[in-house]
Write a protein that binds this ligand. Structure first.
Ligand code: CP3
Length: 361
């Protein structure tokens, strides 16, 4: 990002000087440069595993909390203070931009996003108008607060990828088999392509808003893409995700592409255009890097359930990942999916220290 695009009030030196954001271990690893230690952050590091989060959220609905810049900033900062992670992830949800354009959805505790009237016909598509940056002014405000508060710690912006968003919209809620989604994808390829194209536009704008407000990197979550065979992902999903990555390429911030159960799709996730590909625990990091191909960093990949085991067992599994990543250019330590709500927060803090100590160079 050029100097003139920086939000006023954001000190330049925390951006570019040695010891500033651009020199952070996380951004250096994204760019496949040498690092003082392997950077680590956790998907879903903010949220229900933290007692301070649960306290702050008491009596406030999830989507309401996402629209309050003061709350968003505080919740985003909580895991950074507690765990000493190398990056913050903006507190929001993948369905926030859909809510912002007026889709009748809610996040039901213990269930996930639920859509009152699923989107399944051409007429339904009309409910997906483009996102105007002004629809999410609270995001601009919260990111502005955060980039000032975070100092030299990078902020990761994020959005849901078109396929994963489509799954919630078409199914009407969380789904194990994605049957309505796949029926539409195979049954009406033209309508499907239009649906994904609209979602790509909304997602691209949502990421642009976060980057323009000061986010240092972005992650596209295609959490449910692993439900697809490679040839179907390539034909029916990749073009829309590539459109999102293209739309934010010119900002020059690292772009991360992540999905669950995507061992067979890792090469295609890379083809969509990001600098970094996230892998879950089903594929070792070195093998993931081989599948992603040269020139890209890899993020991952401790099974979040391992954190329920005793500390020594967690450390053995973390050591295995660091060993597998030895010799790779660009490794960011993370879980293979989000932090589970019942995780002991101390296990996360201990894991951050362990990764930092073991990888110090
Ligand atoms: O710290 C962070 O990672 C930032 C916060 C974040 C949330 N959602 C907050 C949240 C992020 C990155 C997300 C992304 C998200 N949301 C994804 C992609 C990541 C993934 O897990 O694959 C998906 C698929 C969703 C959809 C969604 N929203 C689900 C499945 C749920 C859980 C439902 C439940 O209650 O079990 C949500 C709700 C949600 N998003 C919560 C939080 C903290 C829980 C709501 C609460 O705290 O009351």
């Amino acid at each position: 990002m050029s100097g003139k695009d920086r939000p006023s009030g954001q000190p330049q030196q925390t951006q570019d000087a040695p010891g500033g954001v651009q020199d952070s271990a996380f951004l250096r690893a994204c760019r496949r440069e040498t690092v003082p230690h392997t950077p680590v952050w956790f998907m879903r590091q903010a949220g229900r595993s933290l007692p301070e989060y649960r306290k702050l959220r008491e009596g406030i609905a999830m989507l309401d909390s996402c629209m309050r810049p003061d709350l968003v900033a505080e919740i985003t900062l909580q895991p950074v203070r507690r765990h000493g992670v190398d990056a913050a992830i903006y507190f929001s949800d993948i369905v926030v931009p859909l809510k912002a354009i007026g889709v009748d959805l809610d996040i039901k505790p213990g269930v996930g996003p639920v859509v009152e009237k699923p989107i399944r016909t051409r007429a339904d598509l009309e409910r997906l108008r483009p996102l105007d940056p002004e629809d999410v002014g609270y995001v601009t405000e919260a990111v502005g607060i955060l980039t000032r508060e975070l100092g030299s710690t990078p902020l990761i912006g994020f959005a849901g990828a078109p396929f994963t968003l489509a799954s919630y919209l078409v199914e009407g809620g969380p789904s194990k088999n994605h049957e309505h989604t796949k029926a539409l994808m195979y049954g009406d390829p033209e309508l499907w392509a239009e649906l994904l194209d609209r979602l790509a536009g909304i997602t691209a704008t949502f990421l642009q808003v976060q980057i323009e407000a000061g986010a240092s990197a972005v992650q596209l979550f295609d959490s449910w893409a692993g439900a697809l065979a490679p040839e179907d992902y390539r034909a029916s999903v990749l073009p829309a995700s590539a459109k999102v990555f293209d739309a934010v390429a010119s900002y020059g911030v690292p772009r991360i592409h992540f999905g669950v159960g995507t061992g067979e799709l890792l090469g295609l996730l890379g083809e969509a255009g990001p600098e970094v590909v996230g892998a879950d625990w089903r594929v070792p990091v070195d093998e993931a890097a081989r599948r992603v191909g040269p020139g890209k960093a890899v993020q991952g990949n401790l099974d979040p359930a391992v954190l329920f085991a005793p500390r020594e067992a967690v450390e053995r599994q973390a050591a295995r990942i660091l060993e597998s990543a030895r010799g790779l250019e660009g490794h960011i330590f993370n879980l293979g999916h989000g932090v589970l709500p019942d995780t002991d927060p101390q296990a996360l803090t201990d894991l951050v220290s362990y990764v930092h100590e073991q990888s110090a160079r």
